[in-house]
Design a binder for this molecule. Sequence first.
Ligand code: ASC
Length: 158
Amino acid sequence: MKKTLYAALLTVAAGATALSFQAQSHYDDKQFPQSYRQSYFALLAANFGPIAASVKGEIPWDQARIEGWANDFSAASELNVMRGFVAGSEKGTTRAKPVIWENTEDFNSKLSDMREAAAQLKQIAAGGDKEAIAAQVGVAGKTCKACHDEYKAENYLY
Ligand code: ASC
């Protein structure tokens, strides 16, 4: 009897843990394309962000970590994010403006610009020249912004 009660409690606890994980998790398997592309941009921000913060003097300069972030920023940028922009996925939890699906060519071209800037940042970061790194952070940041200006909404759309 006691054992059954413990088993029941354990089941409830496991269920609650699973539910709380779902509630907190960024990943949502009911909106796979939206989650996929948001995960991609989260990876970019998590690597580009600290390089930009280093350049601005917001965090201490750590050359080895900057190179690591730049490598990962470039590597992550090459993932096939367009997999996340399938037809019909302009709905849901997203800030992707529907106009993306009308301007796919321009969107892809802006994506290429960002990948190119990230690849150059990786190379320049390896050189360790702070001024050159700062300049390329500016170039890369502009390629992020160019897309956000046109294609990213301030708030979730739906
Ligand atoms: C970042 C970040 C972005 C870009 C953008 C540059 O660090 O998360 O989306 O830089 O703000 O304009």
